[in-house]
Design a protein around this ligand. Structure first.
Ligand SMILES: [Zn+2]
Length: 386
């Protein structure tokens, strides 16, 4: 069993699974074609999926299992994945404890995602019995969720949660240090660039969210009631929308981040700077090109990445700094200063993933307090010097 790329007459490609006699495995081939052309997934996705399905089918054939019903032993498949190299001999024997693992948790979870997709497809097309779904997924009724989590139109619907999933160790996030952030800030040559650094490092916005900000998303007065917004104190809204500059707020839901007076001051200075550029007057985007053509056009997410890189080089930093590292810096500092998990999730615009997590909305005052606990005397001193 192995993955194999197929080139269609049209020139588009997808990956399929070949058996020992080099024939495409029909149900796997149907699944992968459906993925590529029916669900419009990338060729690279079919490659990953074909590799995973080939592993599953190989395990079935080496351990003498029927692939349509082997889902009941998926735990054994996981162990096999952990220890069996891709070119191992024909035995399905699993080495004892202490043997080196050949696949990590992340990789195994990715294989399982593909295998579950494949088997669900097989059930949908009557190639495998329906009961195997119960082996793969836990079914639950959404009406069991707390009221807050049910949404406005609570009704009976089923949630499926994968039964088999390895816990992936959290890899340490690559954060920009306080010193690095201060260096970037110091190297800025315009109020606009200082505002960008602060939006990334002090509000934790993603690159795409920064580039996608509209002027109307920035609510910086103490009372925003006049703007039709009930959130108290200065804050910025991160709204998911399609933007002409390719900027895209990744978060599926919109959220608001409280901001501190450093950011408010930087904004005021930027507004003054922008007013001197008539070409920028009509743009609804907050951050526009002021210094290079096309002047007045919204900045792109790439331009924000390039700016941070340029500042790092100018400041003599030894490593490449990305906007995401500033966002991680914000998240880590929140954690360091005692913000709770729910505060961090809300401030970073993370979606709640696990139903085990409490569906609580932290109180806005607590969110603001979490931000103000993140004192940054050096940034304050730096700002005061301007
Ligand atoms: Zn608002």
């Amino acid at each position: 069993m192995r993955a194999f790329v197929v080139k269609m007459p049209s020139g588009s490609r997808y990956w399929t699974v070949l058996d020992e006699s080099m024939d495409a495995v029909p149900v796997a081939d149907k699944f992968l074609r459906e993925l590529r052309f029916g669900r419009d997934r990338a060729e690279s996705t079919t490659k990953t999926y074909a590799g995973a399905v080939a592993l599953y089918l190989r395990w079935c054939s080496r351990t003498d299992r029927d692939w349509t019903t082997a889902a009941s032993d998926i735990g054994l498949f996981m162990t096999w994945l952990k220890y069996t190299p891709i070119h191992a001999g024909s035995s399905g024997v699993v080495p004892g404890p202490g043997a080196a693992t050949v696949r990590g948790e992340r990789r195994i979870n990715r294989v399982l995602v593909a295998v579950r997709g494949f088997l669900s497809f097989a059930v949908a097309t009557n190639e495998a019995p329906e009961w195997i779904l119960g082996q793969l997924y836990e079914l639950a009724d959404t009406r069991d969720l707390p009221i807050e989590a049910q949404g406005e139109d609570a009704r009976l619907s089923y949630r499926m949660r994968a039964r088999h999933r390895l816990h992936e160790p959290d890899s340490p996030v690559d954060r920009a240090s306080d010193e690095e952030i201060v260096t970037l800030f110091r190297e800025c040559r315009s109020a606009r660039d200082r505002l960008i650094v602060l939006l990334l490092a002090r509000a934790g916005l993603r690159r795409g969210a920064v580039a996608g900000l509209r002027r109307s998303d920035v609510h910086l007065s103490v009372d925003n009631g006049l703007l039709g917004c009930l959130i108290e104190g200065p804050h910025v809204h991160v709204v998911r929308r399609e933007n002409s500059n390719g900027a895209w707020a990744k978060s599926r839901h919109s959220y608001a981040v409280p901001v501190d007076f450093l950011l408010v001051q930087a904004y005021d200075r930027y507004v003054a700077e922008r007013q001197e550029c008539p070409a920028a007057a009509s743009s609804d985007f907050l951050l526009v090109n002021l210094f290079r053509p096309p002047v007045g056009a919204p900045m792109t997410p790439d331009a924000i990445g390039e700016l941070i890189e340029r500042l790092a080089v100018r400041g003599g930093l030894r490593r490449r700094i990305t906007p995401h590292m500033l966002r991680h810096g914000f998240g880590s500092t929140l954690a360091d200063t005692g913000a709770t998990l729910d505060e961090i999730q809300h401030l970073m615009g993370h979606k709640h993933h696990s139903s085990a997590q409490p569906y609580l909305h932290p109180d806005p005052a607590r969110l603001r307090a979490a931000v103000s606990r993140v004192a940054s005397p050096r940034l304050l001193a730096e700002d005061g010097a301007r």
